[in-house]
Design a protein around this ligand. Structure first.
Ligand code: FAD
Length: 423
């Protein structure tokens, strides 16, 4: 049996995982002058973060997260100023959120709440959507529309958010890592933590090479692998992993124009709750597409595999039904040129589809369960999480996300109907 080697002095804070959440927390801890060390088994953003669509919107039903998302978008837009010149690749496109009759009232309520918070959103009726974004078919419902969220496809109300857009998850995460390192943080890559032992004065971590590291406090930010790590400490976190796909629909000339120019390009990011998909415009004129519905739990250690033909076709059909004049129409979704790639990856999902943040033992905290909507929250949520580890009083509203809520039988509301991914 290999003798464990001990590694240096005890660090103030250890973090397991350098996805965007661990990296952001590391940056905010290092910025506070705390001695922080991160353990990442692969590379920063090498897990689900690196597969994220990176859509950034403050359109949340949950007020605390709406504020965090709003502030995070502002952070991403001025990322270089916070991180010594790094670029998060943020592109402001605006966002348009389409709802059917079922959730029209909830959408109007959400927009009103956001307006009260000072978040700029505008509620539009179907005629206003058609007038402003002529490429969008607001009456794209009908018997043959997959009624994925029980709304039928027709748009009853829409919400417009001008500040929304998308960012680059790799560049964002690496920007945080570099800025944390520049402030004295240590980020170990290829360092898989295999054992966690908590004693009254410290937490001891053993990595796969047999080295032991001692930290005063520990943050678990290991995405879909957080629950097994917490289990080593005797804590059950009710998180599960789901496989979700991103499908890329390539640009194709609009018939008769010979260009990829789009009548509704200014709609930007579209989250079509009525149609059951989201779409982010790509720099080449194509779209990045994903679904809004839960999928069955999977083992996070099993490969997620490529996008299946049926998955691509379902997303492409839904998106093209809503915008009949857009790329891919000239080449039908089943045709090779319409399909420009894609991938699948894991969401780490909590029972109420809201993040799980807080203390789980005397010296261990968790930031996980981001349920497919956590990328855009990370820049400012990482500051709140760093505050918890630094012993600062928590921001009002943060306690709602405490892991203990599930044992107490509490569930937070999230999203609209089964499209809980909107948070
Ligand atoms: C396909 C897809 C699309 C998405 N689209 C969006 C979107 O448009 N907008 C949005 O806001 N959010 C989106 N999300 C969600 C967002 O990407 C996640 O919420 C976020 O990236 C989670 O980051 P994280 O740091 O918590 O976890 P992760 O990215 O899962 O990082 C955890 C890290 O921990 C490491 N790790 C695990 N176990 C160990 C161990 N034992 N030792 C050391 N390291 C370990 C892993 O290697 C990994 O790098 C999407 C997610 C996916 C998968």
């Amino acid at each position: 049996m290999t003798q464990a080697r001990s590694h240096g002095e005890m660090a103030e804070v250890g973090i397991i995982g350098a996805g965007v959440h661990g990296a952001s927390a590391a940056f905010h801890l290092a910025r506070r002058g705390l001695d922080v060390v991160v353990f990442e088994r692969g590379r920063p953003a090498g897990g689900p973060t690196g597969s994220s669509s990176g859509i950034c919107r403050a359109y949340y039903t949950q007020p605390f997260l709406a504020r965090v998302a709003h502030d995070s978008i502002a952070f991403l837009a001025r990322f270089a100023e916070h991180t010594d010149g790094a670029d998060a690749g943020f592109v402001r496109t605006g966002g348009l959120y389409l709802h059917g009759p079922h959730d029209a009232a909830a959408a109007r309520r959400t927009a009103a709440t956001l307006a009260d918070l000072g978040i700029g959103v505008e509620t539009l009726g179907p005629d206003e959507v058609a007038g402003r974004f002529p490429g969008i078919d607001v009456g794209a419902g009908g018997d043959d529309v997959p009624d994925s969220v029980g709304t039928g496809g027709d748009v009853a109300v829409a919400v417009r958010e001008e500040q929304a857009g998308y960012a680059d998850p790799h560049r964002t995460t690496w920007g945080f890592v570099s800025a944390a390192r520049a402030r004295g943080g240590v980020v170990h890559t290829g360092a898989r933590v295999v054992r966690i032992t908590e004693t009254p004065g410290q937490v001891e971590l053993t990595t796969a090479d047999g080295t032991t590291h001692r930290v005063r406090r520990l943050l678990l930010a290991a995405g879909p692998w957080t629950a097994p790590l917490a289990a080593q400490l005797g804590v059950t976190l009710p998180l599960h992993a789901e496989r979700h796909v991103v499908a890329l629909l390539g640009p194709a000339p609009i018939a008769g124009t010979g260009t990829g120019a789009a009548a509704d390009a200014d709609a930007g990011v579209i989250i079509d709750v009525a149609g059951g998909y989201y779409a982010a415009p790509q720099p080449d004129g194509g779209w990045m597409l994903g679904g809004l519905e839960p999928t069955p739990p999977v083992d996070p250690d099993t490969a997620t595999g490529p996008v299946r033909d049926t998955e691509f076709a379902r997303l492409a059909e839904a998106a093209l039904r809503r915008r009949p004049g857009r790329p891919g129409r000239a080449g039908r979704p089943g045709e090779p040129r319409a399909r420009a790639g894609g991938w699948s990856a894991l969401y780490d999902v909590s029972p109420d589809w809201q993040p799980v943040i807080g203390r789980i033992t005397d010296r261990v905290w968790v930031d996980a369960g981001t349920s497919g909507h956590g990328f855009k929250l990370a820049p400012v949520l990482g500051d709140h999480v760093a505050g918890l580890l630094a012993g600062e009083p928590p921001a009002p509203g943060l306690a709602e996300f405490d892991p203990g809520r599930f044992t107490a039988g509490d569930r937070l509301a999230a999203g609209f109907g089964t499209a809980r991914i909107l948070g």
